[in-house]
Write a protein that binds this ligand. Structure first.
Ligand code: AMP
Length: 254
């Protein structure tokens, strides 16, 4: 089946996704937590492929706006938000919440959802709870990916992304055949602005101060599922399914 382009999330509620959401046996509604570089995005992709829930990343919405995709309104609020993003700082809650509220229909989607990079502050988590309650939707869990800090910094600083097809490489652990060139499409690889050393430092500080407390918030609600993010993406994914107690009947046919 064709992969969803998540247009309603990336571009906003005035646009429809290219394919209707899958109808899984059980729609999973999950929040993904973990420091930047821990591999949340990769896990979100794997979970999405096997359980059908759509990956909803607030960072992807901002990056699409940077590139002027999807007829971005590039309002003053969005332009300011992108300045925060470029320096590695968190975008103000008000802007992020306006963006998520506008896309509320994605949270009601019959395929479920995987929130990746949202919530990132306690205020965002509390607001999300209210948005979901208003829609009569319940969160199944918060998957928290955990890895030592120095491993995370090494992962982020070496990450390179294809400028065209967005495949991710690493200068030490996942090298392209030809340095700086994408194996899949031949386009140039680049380093995300917020993966540069100064921005990484700022992002890690923002994570420690604002996002790490979310694990306590979800633990207190009985929703926290802690998962070690050591090893290959497949190993982490197997661990994720086990931690979620997902059985074969819940997996989409491959
Ligand atoms: P990510 O791809 O999730 O690492 O997000 C990239 C950048 O977008 C972050 O470093 C922030 O500047 C911004 N961003 C994404 N999601 C949020 C959020 N929920 N709250 C605040 N800023 C965010």
């Amino acid at each position: 089946m064709e992969k969803s382009n998540r247009a309603a999330w990336i571009k906003g509620p005035h646009v429809y996704c290219n394919v209707p959401p899958a109808s899984p046996a059980k729609p999973f509604r999950l929040v993904l937590l973990g420091a930047p570089g821990v591999g949340k995005g990769t896990q979100a992709q794997l979970i999405s492929e096997r359980l059908g829930a759509c990956q909803l990343s607030t960072g992807d919405v901002f990056r699409a706006a940077t590139k002027g995709q999807g007829g971005c309104d590039c309002s003053p609020a969005m332009s300011r938000a992108l300045e925060f993003m470029r320096s590695g700082q968190l975008v103000p809650d008000e802007t992020v919440l306006a963006l998520v509220e506008e896309r509320g229909a994605c949270l009601k989607c019959r395929g479920g959802f995987l929130l990746d990079g949202f919530p990132r502050t306690l205020a965002q988590a509390e607001a999300l709870e209210k948005i979901l309650a208003a829609q009569g939707v319940q969160l199944d869990g918060a998957l928290s990916y955990e890895l030592p800090l120095d491993t995370i910094v090494a992962r982020l600083a070496g990450r390179r992304v294809c400028s065209k097809c967005k495949v991710v490489y690493h200068v030490d652990t996942l090298r392209p055949k030809l340095a700086g060139v994408c194996d899949c499409c031949g386009a140039t690889l680049y380093q995300r602005e917020d993966d540069r050393p100064q921005a990484i430092r700022v992002r890690m500080e923002a994570y420690e101060t604002s996002t790490a407390p979310l694990t306590n918030y979800y633990r207190s609600k009985g929703l926290l599922i802690s998962i070690s993010a050591e090893g290959t993406p497949e190993e982490i994914f197997e661990r994720t399914l086990k931690a979620m107690k997902v059985n074969a009947a819940q997996l989409l046919p491959t």
